[in-house]
Design a protein around this ligand. Structure first.
Ligand SMILES: Cc1cc2nc3c(=O)[nH]c(=O)nc-3n(C[C@H](O)[C@H](O)[C@H](O)COP(=O)(O)OP(=O)(O)OC[C@H]3O[C@@H](n4cnc5c(N)ncnc54)[C@H](O)[C@@H]3O)c2cc1C
Length: 535
């Protein structure tokens, strides 16, 4: 790698989406020196920034909250934890009041009360950038982290590269927060081009565990020639086949698409928005949905447009780094995880956290991780620059002993996508098909021992390829180990929920992946009538 810049701080935050921004602000507010390194640009990169998010917010009325928490417990296959959902509901309220105080213009109801249920991405993340900077955090944009540093006491910093200058960087820090988002396998969803899973890989290399990787069967519909994934707009649509025959309309349109797509191309037209008022309302509420269609000369109220499904991996799935405590600690001392990089099973159970839970989780887990990381770093007897640190693991960055072949990341990424993106493998999961795909992924591992390229782009891509390959192997390993159907995990051979599997699947390891189970607090409450067992 090119010449290296070395610096020491208290807390290093990796990732500049909402989770990273909240972590950095909270760590700095505890008096810690903080550096935040983002692969893109804090303010525009990641899943939230280009669009926006609806939040999980429930007024502090005991009956309302209890009912919501109970209903999530059932829907999530009894893997969520009521206490954690209540924690999120309490914490997010405080944070949103803070966001308003910082100047975010929430709309008001007719009595003048703020409606704090949605955050417009560009405005929200621009504001977060401003407050994070004001709190004294050093923000490094275009600076992907590539590997963690550690010793026998735990994590001690990270190394990465500046994409603009080509300069390598090394930050020594007694606490690191992983807020690098989910892994969406470069499936071309808006904002997801940076979400390739390096945070998961580098943490696992340092010894962290993963949980919930089987709950990753989430695909989002989008205009085939665009990247915007707004499934809820299809509640206004009729779906058609290539010959123009109607296939499905309205309410449950979204869920029917995978089956329909197996038979052939699917088109949509928003013909249920049948008045000028409804059309105007939709255009105002979701302008971003219309942009790519307009650019292509399509009026979605009049014309049929082709649909595709974009795989969302661990992003709107629920799997990620396993948390071991209320400050979002991982199993590695000094290493914290927040947002989509962490497993969200504690609040979502086995079903997707997209659509409300993930956004509130990013805010809360970021806050807890930031504070926890600051406390940990400030309590250490010596600064990280006096520790004997070494790279925790470098899959895809270090050539094998006699590697002559160059590591060409592009075909490797395409080969991983070929196993992970297809509906017929990953959505319609069945044991032999998933097992065969996992075997093909395993067979790709030796390619990571090739000689990595010397260009900045090549180095970053090699690590992305390694992370996606590893994430794919974790996903299919977990999918084969959970022999039942529960939430986002379904296996054709086991179409029912099995109450004996009401536990978490914990994965660890890189080459050899180990699996253990973890008990969940509400497992004993699962008494499902026979006819409700497929959820
Ligand atoms: C279109 C869309 C709509 C959504 N809508 C909702 C919604 O309405 N409600 C809801 O609850 N959830 C929603 N989600 C889920 C959403 O993912 C989360 O709510 C939220 O964005 C998670 O925040 P995060 O900070 O963990 O990750 P992100 O916002 O994805 O940010 C991750 C950041 O990490 C950076 N990064 C990645 N790799 C590295 C690296 N190696 N080094 C340094 N930085 C790195 C990226 O550049 C990025 O800035 C939506 C997702 C999408 C894609």
């Amino acid at each position: 790698m090119p010449q290296q810049q070395q610096i020491t701080t208290d807390v290093l935050v990796l990732g500049g989406g909402p989770a990273g921004a909240w972590a950095a602000w909270n760590a700095a507010s505890q008096g810690a020196q903080v550096i935040l390194a983002d692969k893109g640009y804090l303010g525009t990169s990641g899943a939230t920034a280009p669009g926006g998010t609806t939040l999980l917010v429930i007024p502090p009325v005991a009956e309302l909250r209890d009912a919501a928490v109970e209903s999530r417990l059932r829907a999530g296959g009894y893997l969520s934890e009521n206490a954690w959902i209540h924690r999120v509901l309490d914490q997010v309220e405080q944070n949103l009041a803070q966001v308003e105080e910082w100047g975010y213009p929430f709309p008001k109801d007719q009595d003048g009360n703020p409606l704090r249920t949605h955050l417009h991405g560009p405005e929200y993340m621009k504001l977060m950038r401003r407050v994070v900077r004001k709190a004294g955090v050093k923000i490094w944009d275009q600076s992907p982290a590539l590997e963690l540093l550690h010793d026998e006491h735990g994590v001690g910093g990270a190394r990465g590269i500046n994409r603009l200058t080509g300069e390598a960087w090394e930050v020594r820090a007694n606490a690191v927060v992983i807020a690098t988002g989910g892994c969406a396998f470069l499936s071309k969803g808006l904002g997801c081009n940076v979400l390739t899973g390096e945070g998961l890989l580098m943490s696992a290399e340092a010894g962290a565990e993963l949980s919930g990787m089987e709950f990753t069967r989430q695909y989002a519909p989008s205009f085939a020639d665009g990247t915007v994934t707004r499934g809820r707009m299809l509640a206004w649509a009729t779906l058609y086949d290539a010959a123009g025959n109607p296939l499905h309309r309205g309410d449950r349109t979204f869920g029917s698409i995978p089956e329909l797509m197996l038979k052939g191309p699917v088109y949509a037209r928003l013909d249920l928005a049948d008045t000028v008022e409804k059309r105007e309302f939709l255009r105002r509420a979701h302008p971003i949905f219309f942009m790519p269609l307009e650019r292509a000369g399509i009026d979605p109220f009049q014309d049929k447009f082709p649909l595709t499904l974009r795989y969302e991996g661990t992003m709107r799935g629920t799997g990620g780094l396993r948390l071991t405590g209320t400050a979002c600690e991982t199993t590695v001392p000094g290493l914290y995880a927040a947002g989509d990089a962490a497993s969200r099973e504690k609040i979502t159970g086995a079903i997707s956290g997209g659509g409300a839970y993930n956004a509130s989780w990013a805010i809360c887990s970021g806050s807890w991780a930031g504070r926890g990381a600051a406390r940990h770093a400030l309590a250490q007897p010596r600064r990280a620059d006096s520790r004997q640190l070494r790279a925790a693991g470098r899959l895809g960055l270090t050539a094998g002993a006699d590697a002559r072949e160059p590591l060409d990341a592009k075909p490797l990424i395409a080969a991983v996508q070929q196993e992970i993106l297809p509906l017929r493998i990953n959505y319609f999961r069945s044991e032999p098909v998933v097992a065969a795909a996992l075997k093909r992924l395993d067979n790709l591992m030796p390619y990571l021992a090739g000689r990595p390229p010397a260009t900045v782009q090549g180095i970053v891509q090699s690590r992305e390829a390694a992370a996606m390959l590893q994430a794919g192997r974790w996903i299919y390993t977990a999918a084969l180990a959970r022999k039942e159907s529960r939430g986002l995990q379904q296996l054709a051979e086991y179409p029912a929920l099995d109450p004996r599997q009401t536990h978490r699947l914990i994965l660890s390891g890189i080459d050899r992946i180990s699996i253990t189970t973890e008990k969940v607090p509400h497992a004993h409450e699962l008494q499902v009538p026979r006819e409700e067992r497929v959820i």
